[in-house]
Design a protein around this ligand. Structure first.
Ligand code: ACO
Length: 429
């Protein structure tokens, strides 16, 4: 028998079941709250609301823990690659050698884009943001492969094993094409002999005269960046994917909504915002001190700091911070922005404003510096995040699609607008 939670309002009381997740997370089952009490739970921003049960990723924000399917992200970062981690996140187990080879082959076999999609790029004006292009074209892909995007749940699930590696591959090709479009440069076709990250860099930076060859350190750093973004529980974009999927939408439509949700500066757009913030601080001749004071007066926000869930440290930030230094060392680059970032981090970690509010660097704090060092332009930072997050979105789509008798996601609201009014004709307004 589970413990009961008792709710008392006035002289009436109700009992609700409670339950505990596999890592001891406690929940009150409020599914019958409104029908039994007439009240809804008001939880602006959903900070106290469990929207689903999930077996994919676990975060303990107080302890700085992130695990995918039980495996700590630190172990995956050290011992696995992006595609292996993607398989784990999507299918629940680390792949055997044979499964890994097959998955990798499916990804490699799907690198090319239907030639019809190429013409879509002509419709975007110069300087179109690659996130807008990516969201639009991922959804459009479904039109070219209708058998993978039927909106018939049974059929979409039957084709899932084809669609998952297909999307992981295509998002990378589309991302590179979006960049080339923004730059007004011709597309570079993928090279199936290259590793996932190498192939991306090749499609981004090769020219008709010179093939871009990424060093092992850069290839591994990019792979690690993608791995560290692969899934992160019920964040804004993943919840969006689940929300869209709950209505029965196909995988392509659902993950395309995830791309749009990711774009915002408080979510995936934060890595871009961090670099812009560091550049502005540098330009102002500030060493970070003035900016920190402005953040404390709420006149500025220290981008890349703070997290809805992590309240001690973000384990991904720790790993990326170290990789960042390695890459800059290999490239013999000295980036003044890294010095400013370090000073900001140090100052914020010692300042009571940040300590009291549990504000620590998040994954985006160093990722921008890393991507900049690799040569990825700022506009592409959030796109890079989207490539990395694709396995998480796919896994969450699959999880919700497999819920028997799953209900459409449909939150309630508390209406605070005007009461009923009589319509006023134009000439009386
Ligand atoms: N700089 C300065 N103050 C901050 C910051 C920050 N980065 N983040 C939060 N605060 C302050 C708030 O002003 C608030 O102060 P108050 O208690 O005096 O009012 C307090 O800390 C709590 O902040 P909330 O906004 O309630 O925190 P919330 O959980 O809603 O927001 C968020 C989390 C959006 C990540 C926020 O910390 C933020 O805006 N950070 C900067 C943007 C960023 O880096 N986003 C990336 C998140 S990670 C990701 O999506 C991959």
């Amino acid at each position: 028998m589970s413990e009961k939670a008792k709710l008392t309002i006035g002289d009436q009381s109700w009992e609700f079941d409670t339950f505990v997740g596999s890592e001891g997370e406690k929940a009150i089952d409020t599914r019958k709250l409104r029908s039994t009490t007439g009240y809804i739970a008001y939880d602006d921003g959903y900070g106290n609301t469990g929207s689903c049960k999930s077996e994919i990723s676990f975060i303990d924000g107080e302890k700085g823990i992130l695990r995918h399917r039980g495996y700590p992200v630190e172990q995956l970062a050290e011992k696995a690659g992006f595609l292996e981690t993607a398989y784990l996140i999507i299918y629940g187990e680390l792949p055997t050698r044979a499964q890994a080879t097959k998955f990798r082959r499916l990804v490699h076999d799907n690198t090319e884009i239907h030639v019809g999609i190429e013409s879509h790029f002509d419709g975007f004006p110069p300087n179109s943001h690659p996130m807008a292009i990516l969201a639009a074209l991922i959804n459009s892909l479904g039109c070219y492969y209708p058998e993978l995007a039927t909106n018939n749940r049974q059929q979409d699930l039957e084709n899932f094993d084809t669609a998952a590696p297909f999307l992981i591959s295509k998002v990378r090709t589309l991302a590179a094409m979006a960049y080339r479009t923004e730059m007004g440069m011709p597309f570079v076709y993928p090279d199936p002999n290259l590793l996932y990250s190498q192939n991306f860099l090749h499609m981004m930076f090769s020219t008709p005269y010179q093939k871009y060859e990424a060093s092992e350190t850069i290839t591994r750093a990019l792979d690690l960046f993608l791995l560290l973004h692969a899934d992160h529980e019920q964040n804004c974009s993943t919840s969006t994917v689940r929300m869209v999927a709950s209505g029965g939408a196909n995988l392509f439509a659902s993950v395309s909504a995830g791309v749009s949700a990711l774009w915002g500066p408080l979510h995936g757009g934060a890595n871009t915002a961090v670099i812009k913030m560091l550049q502005a601080i540098h330009k102002d001749g500030d060493d970070g001190t003035r900016f920190i004071e402005a953040a404390k007066r709420k006149e500025a926000r220290l981008m890349g700091f703070g997290h809805r869930v992590y309240k001690s440290f973000d384990p991904r930030a720790k790993i990326l911070g170290e990789v960042c230094v390695k890459v800059l060392d290999e490239l013999k680059q000295e980036d003044p922005l890294l010095d400013i970032a370090r000073r900001l981090e140090q100052a914020a970690l010692e300042d009571s404003y940040f300590i009291e509010r549990n504000l620590y660097p998040n994954v985006d704090f160093y990722s921008g510096i890393l991507l900049k060092a690799i040569g990825i332009p700022v506009d592409m930072f959030t796109v890079m995040f989207a490539i990395g997050r694709m396995p998480g979105w796919i896994a969450n789509w699959r999880e919700i699609a497999n819920v028997k008798d799953g209900r459409i996601h449909r939150p309630r609201q508390i209406y605070t607008g005007p009461g009923p009014r009589d319509f006023i004709p134009f000439d009386e307004r």
